[in-house]
Design a binder for this molecule. Structure first.
Ligand SMILES: NC(=O)c1ccc[n+]([C@@H]2O[C@H](COP(=O)([O-])OP(=O)(O)OC[C@H]3O[C@@H](n4cnc5c(N)ncnc54)[C@H](OP(=O)(O)O)[C@@H]3O)[C@@H](O)[C@H]2O)c1
Length: 340
């Protein structure tokens, strides 16, 4: 494979750190690696594959000679993405900034790799819950077009980054020590009001929109239609933060135009790259966040007919949202670019 010069923006964060794990694990072909974050982390040392790197502050001049810029720095892609493209890099962005831009492909390589070729310098990585859901929807859609999807998510605290994980850890320790837990981050760090997540569930991920859906719910709806290239697909979502460290889970109800049996769904999912079927009620086998954490594949189980509608199916899907929901998906896009 051709070797490329890579920059990781947000290398000190949850997704940035996972990029490093995956670059090593997958033997990703790089020449130079630039580690970028905000001014807060500039000067910090990171040991990676036997070499010491110094984290640099991201600026408009950070992208000279960079072929692929992996962005995992929240608003950083809005500020520095255009400068990276101008310098000649292809930007693969984990934030929501460019996802619904008609000029920007929104890609899950197993689902719509054909979109990658249309890029004009920026390729967007979809929302983590969206990626995990479409990995299961695509092989089923190939059996029958989908009429409607009803999804409820059970999203891990690491979806809110480093701070989200620390918040759950601190609150669990406080509870164990008989102290009152402090809530400073969830549901949304930038808002003034916060709620305890330990021993609790928060039916709010991201801010509320004018239609009373959260932004996360609208991302799942809009992005799924864009990735699946089906503007008519009806989708409704409820997104919930749960006191789990890592790996999102989703309960998905699908209504098809034609009959899709549980058996044919299982067979199609088993054949689909990146999906594992873990589904045996007799043996109490089904996907669980603890088991999918740190793994690349998305796992599907509890596949069963929905008797309440014509052509309905229920399933449960779990996936590591820092891997397939973010860093792995972005790196797969980068690998596709290198190979094509
Ligand atoms: N966590 C997930 O499960 C997940 C899944 C899918 C997508 N995403 C998306 O991926 C991105 C990163 O998320 P995360 O969970 O890794 O967040 P995180 O743990 O909070 O890390 C944020 C990273 O961004 C850096 N950063 C912040 N502002 C910056 C700026 N102006 N310029 C350059 N770097 C900046 C931070 O650097 P400092 O250390 O210097 O502060 C840190 O490295 C976000 O857009 C998020 O929505 C996250």
């Amino acid at each position: 494979m051709k070797k490329v010069n890579v920059a990781i923006v947000g290398v000190t964060g949850a997704v940035g750190q996972e990029f490093l794990n995956l670059i090593e694990e997958r033997n990703f072909p790089y020449n130079n690696l630039k580690m970028l974050a905000s001014a807060r982390s500039a000067g910090k040392k990171i040991n990676f594959m036997g070499k010491e790197y110094t984290v640099e502050e991201t600026t408009e001049n950070s992208f000279e000679g960079v072929d692929i810029a992996l962005f995992a720095g929240g608003k950083a892609s809005k500020i520095f993405g255009p400068a990276a493209v101008k310098a000649g890099a292809v930007v693969i962005d984990n934030s929501s900034t460019y996802r619904m831009d008609p000029e920007v492909p929104l890609v899950v390589p197993e689902v719509n790799p054909q979109a990658i070729a249309k890029h004009k310098g920026i390729i967007a990585n979809p929302n983590c819950s969206t990626i995990i859901m479409v990995m299961a929807l695509k092989p089923l859609y190939d059996i029958s077009k989908i009429k409607r999807v009803v999804v409820s998510t059970y999203q891990a605290v690491s979806g809110a980054g480093r701070e989200g994980m620390e918040e759950l850890k601190n609150q669990l320790e406080d509870l164990a020590n008989g102290k009152t837990p402090q809530a400073k981050v969830l549901p949304v760090a930038s808002l003034n009001k916060h709620y305890q997540i330990a021993s609790n569930l928060l039916p709010q991920i991201d801010i509320f929109m004018d239609n009373d859906y959260t932004k996360e719910e609208m991302k799942m709806i809009d992005e799924t239609r864009k990735i699946m290239e089906d503007a008519d697909m009806k989708i409704t979502a409820t997104t919930v933060r749960v006191p789990v460290y890592r790996s999102h889970a989703e309960s998905v109800n699908v209504e098809f135009y034609e009959e899709v049996s549980a058996e044919s769904a299982r067979a199609a999912l088993e054949k689909f790259s990146g999906v594992i079927v873990r589904d045996n009620p007799d043996e109490m086998i089904y996907p669980q966040p603890l088991e999918t954490s740190g793994k690349d594949d998305v796992e599907v189980g509890r596949i069963r007919k929905d008797f309440s509608v014509e052509h309905g199916l229920n399933f449960w899907v779990c996936g590591d949202q820092i891997r397939k929901g973010a860093a792995l998906n972005a790196l797969q896009i980068a690998e596709y670019l290198i190979n094509h």
